[in-house]
Write a protein that binds this ligand. Structure first.
Ligand code: FAD
Length: 308
């Protein structure tokens, strides 16, 4: 109930504006967001590098309805990626992009606009020795996102994609995606989805997550396990051992501000760990999805609003 209310709020502009104006609201958001501009997020990436933590950086924003906003998002990504050359970040940096921020939902030619914009981001990333991963949004966008991934990978084979264990289709998608050179980020899925397309029970989602991991670890691609759940992380480690995968053949990913001690512990133990690092001013939808994932975060947030 609380989860679906928060997820619905993420797409309501008035509620989003209220949250931004609420006393203490911005301070709590800052726990999950690495700053407002490229310089700030790169500074955080450099700090994380001291603990051997790699990054994937997300410029916040989604569901744009104006092509000029998409063009500005591309400019922002190119500026960010160009700044990687002077920064000392760990490993090969990655950027996460939401195709809805690049024009996917535009009524006319949304897919073509998003593809063209993604090509510009991928070109900049290739120039800087970075990689690009496509975030996965709600289920109405999955086919379009996977089709755009296929087109992008013709020229940029290292482009990765996120898939969501919550969706019933994802096991089959994993079978198709687990090929040589593919980078697949498996997550549980952050969107409220209807029962026709998605598992509703936590145990079903976890079982699906395990089945998808078995497919990805058993294939020739590069699995990226995006979860804070100790049970999923433990199972991934067991699968890596079973399939003889070294630390460089797969990675763990977690969100900035969530289980930071565990992130450092895994990295210190020799695992490849990447932190998803969002930045920008349009942080509310992202923040509400994080609240929906964990009731304790809601309590923390309400306390900060009331100053207690
Ligand atoms: P859960 O079962 O939700 O949580 C397990 C435990 O982790 C909790 O008990 C708690 O201890 C801790 N935890 C989890 N979430 C939080 C939180 N917000 N705050 C504090 N503690 C928490 N979703 C998409 O739909 N599309 C994407 O492209 C996408 N990309 C992602 C990229 C990364 C790197 C990560 C880590 C997640 C991504 N997600 C994405 C979100 C994901 O789908 C889940 O909603 C989120 O990760 C919570 O699921 P979990 O696997 O951590 O397990």
């Amino acid at each position: 109930m609380l989860r679906s209310t928060l997820l619905a709020a993420a797409s309501r502009p008035r509620l989003r504006r209220w949250l931004e104006a609420a006393p203490g609201g911005r301070a709590v958001v800052a726990r999950f967001v690495a700053g407002h501009d490229a310089a700030a997020v790169v500074r955080v990436a450099e700090e994380l590098a001291a603990d051997r933590l790699r990054v994937t950086i997300d410029h916040l924003g989604e569901d744009i309805t104006d092509p000029s906003h998409a063009a500005r998002t591309v400019e922002e990504y190119v500026k960010l990626i160009d700044s990687f050359r002077e920064a000392s970040v760990a490993g090969r940096p990655d950027v996460s992009i939401k195709l809805s921020a690049l024009g996917q939902a535009l009524p006319a030619d949304g897919d073509a606009v998003a593809y063209g914009n993604a090509v510009q981001v991928c070109t900049a990333a290739e120039r800087a020795g970075a990689t690009v991963t496509l975030d996965m949004e709600d289920h109405t966008t999955t086919d379009s996102t996977l089709a755009i991934l296929g087109r992008l990978r013709v020229d940029f084979p290292s482009v990765g994609v996120a898939v969501q264990a919550r969706l019933r289709r994802t096991e089959e998608d994993c079978v198709r995606l687990a090929e040589t050179g593919s980078r697949v980020r498996l997550c549980k899925g952050a969107y409220a989805e209807p029962p026709e397309v998605a598992f509703q029970q936590r145990t079903e989602v976890d079982q699906s997550f395990r089945r998808c991991m078995e497919i990805l670890f058993g294939g020739p691609g590069y699995p990226m396990i995006a979860s804070h759940d100790p049970a999923m992380i433990g199972y991934a480690q067991a699968l890596a051992e079973r399939h003889g995968r070294a630390a460089g053949d797969h990675e763990f990913q977690m969100l900035y501000g969530v289980r930071p001690a565990e992130q450092r512990r895994l990295a210190a133990g020799g695992h490849t760990v990447r932190v998803y690092l969002p930045y920008g001013v349009d942080s509310t939808a992202y923040f509400l999805r994080r609240l929906a994932e964990r009731p304790a975060n809601v309590v923390f947030f309400l306390r900060s609003l009331t100053g207690r």
